[in-house]
Design a binder for this molecule. Structure first.
Ligand SMILES: [Zn+2]
Length: 370
């Protein structure tokens, strides 16, 4: 370790979170990226790892349940996800990003008494809020505990093929829903504390309630067909929508809804419901493929990867997390080959760096100590 940089990673292709740069390099000092420049300007300024392939930001999965499922965090990290947003489970303060998986948690899901997720996952993962006062107090409790967002359940149940219907339930649908007034109070209290509200919803009833109350984010593309008017309202309200297309791929309406949302101008963000049994413990290439296909030519592979990197970091309010730019956290992955032509490579990264700490060592690349 000499000169003014700890180490340099060069690659044939560098996806910086938005665009592809040919034959560039990234300099890393401590836990930060200090420079991104044409490779010949940075090589020689310290230990260099040279990747015959693609260097990208570490991926951000905006919809995961690794805490509830006890998914091994190191396995997720070693398969390319450097940040997860845990959207329903035990509440923990933000952690990681230092050689460990970065975890930002919502904690338990706010719901109506007996509402989803209680019939499926029990009371441990929920906070019942029967009225406005209880709802405001619950948000305050979650904020004090380090919540990175507030998650609510707006799920009447009964959607054929949805992952949450694959479990035994304690009470049959329809499950009780929060009132519009209570949801609006949750949104107001969350916003007053600088947090956004994400809603689990699956169809028109939940979507209308979320739109009426000003919910910021839909945690899923709804899996039951939405009427045109709700698609238009979601686009006009600039609601942020997470895909979770893979885990919902056996439902009746998810793909039609995704196509129509994209056509209306909604750009999906990357979230998989990681910890459900059909999602890999790491980057989910099938999710990326589905995001590309449902866009029907409206998005490029780089646009899709941006939904899991630069745009995801901005959505978290943590930009430049998710970008390869000077000043960004040194979370990076690399694959041997062109990741934009072959998303599958991303499930098996050849290099993973978290907060400057190399957690997967490169193989098949040249390394030179200078
Ligand atoms: Zn979920």
């Amino acid at each position: 370790m000499t000169n003014d940089h700890d180490y340099v990673i060069a690659a044939d292709l560098v996806f910086d979170g938005r665009q592809v740069l040919a034959r560039h390099a990234v300099a890393i000092e401590g836990d930060r990226i200090t420079a991104v420049a044409p490779a010949d300007q940075l090589i020689g300024r310290g230990r260099t790892i040279d990747i015959a392939g693609t260097l990208l930001p570490g991926f951000i999965d905006l919809h995961a349940h690794v805490l509830l499922d006890r998914t091994p965090p190191d396995t997720v990290l070693r398969h390319g996800i450097t940040t997860v947003r845990d959207t329903g489970g035990p509440l923990v303060r933000p952690s990681g990003g230092d050689g460990r998986l970065r975890v930002l948690a919502a904690g338990p899901i706010l719901t109506a008494p007996g509402g989803y997720p209680i019939p499926v996952f029990g009371k441990d993962v929920a906070l019942e809020v029967p009225d406005i006062a209880t709802a405001r107090a619950a948000v305050g409790q979650l904020v004090d505990g380090g919540a990175a967002l507030i998650k609510i359940g707006l799920e009447p149940g009964g959607s054929a093929g949805a992952p949450w219907t694959a479990h035994e339930t304690t009470t049959p649908p329809p499950w009780p829903l929060l009132s519009r007034e209570v949801v609006a109070a949750i949104v107001a209290e969350a916003h007053a504390n600088g947090l956004i509200v994400s809603a689990h919803l699956s169809g028109p009833v939940g979507a209308e309630l979320a739109l009426d109350a000003g919910v910021d984010e839909w945690a899923h593309v709804p899996c039951d067909l939405l009427p045109d008017a709700l698609i238009a309202r979601a686009a006009a309200a600039d609601v942020r929508v997470l895909g979770t297309l893979d885990t919902q791929s056996r439902t009746t309406g998810v793909f039609q809804n995704a196509v129509r949302l994209v056509e209306a101008g909604v750009r999906l963000l990357y979230g998989t419901d990681l910890a459900h049994p059909d999602v890999p413990w790491g980057i989910d290439a099938f999710e990326l493929q589905l995001m590309l296909h449902t866009a029907r030519g409206a998005l490029t592979p780089a646009d899709v990867l941006s939904a899991a990197t630069a745009r995801a970091g901005e959505h978290l309010g943590l930009a430049p997390l998710g970008q390869l730019v000077a000043g960004a956290p040194a979370d990076l992955i690399a694959v041997n080959g062109n990741a934009l032509e072959r998303f599958k490579l991303l499930e098996y990264p050849d290099l993973v760096v978290s907060g400057g700490v190399i957690v997967v060592e490169p193989t098949g690349s040249t390394e030179a100590a200078v």
